[in-house]
Design a protein around this ligand. Sequence first.
Ligand SMILES: *[C@@H]1O[C@H](CO)[C@@H](O)[C@H](O)[C@H]1NC(C)=O
Length: 266
Amino acid sequence: MEVLAQLIQLMVLSSVLATRSRSRCLSVGSFNVKWFTVAKSADEGILNIVADIIRRYDVMLMMEIRDDVHQTAMNRLWELVNASSPYGLSLSQPLGRYSNYYREQYAFFYRLGKAYLVDTEPYSILIKTSPTSSEPGIAFIGVHTQPKNTMTEMASMVEVTDFILRHWSTDKAVILGDLNADCRYMSTSALAQTPLKMDQRFTWLIPDTADTTVSPQTNCAYDRIIVTDPVQHSAASVYNYETQYALSSQEAKAVSDHYPVEAQIC
Ligand SMILES: *[C@@H]1O[C@H](CO)[C@@H](O)[C@H](O)[C@H]1NC(C)=O
């Protein structure tokens, strides 16, 4: 239960976003951007690609942020993201789990004019498709499991999700992030038996066969988007920025070791 408590603490950063999107749909992304530090943010090539990727989405979860106290790296990125259309940023405190090595900040970027931030807590956000909607909204739950604890953390995900759904009195959830639930961190049979897979209320949009790793040597579906049944969805895929920007594998690896995953949800 300690793990569950930690997860809840981690995830119950809740912000309320009310969106005025005419389409009532949102493009959603999740990107583990491999230790986004001040030094990394000083590389303009990388910064431009990351900013560009964020601008693909109305709501995007970014993981593995390790900034300084002045938020230098994230402000650089945010300014660039803002250049075409302004975004809001909900940035978590450094969340240190198990050891300093894993201290990271999570961020949600959300497109202003489409999404309005009403409230924040650690680390879920509640989104509405219209500011005046009486509907309870969609809970976005950010997850980044620690590789050696993936099994235990995955085992708690249904409980965590139910806790958050009850908290906001909604039945709509989008669980997104780097689950590490593949390859050497979780076997195919263990994954098949994890409650989040067995529970029929959840649909996994990024298939087990997907490869969200940049390295040609690995083929692992670490990054996922999972929705509860009432959430309508389409166009789920892995966004291969290496091909998109015609990068060398060296250049692609300098951006991250993960590709973003994305989907349209309504
Ligand atoms: C990005 O734009 C928002 C909205 O205009 C603004 O509040 C925020 O300060 C900007 N961020 C940066 C780093 O310029």
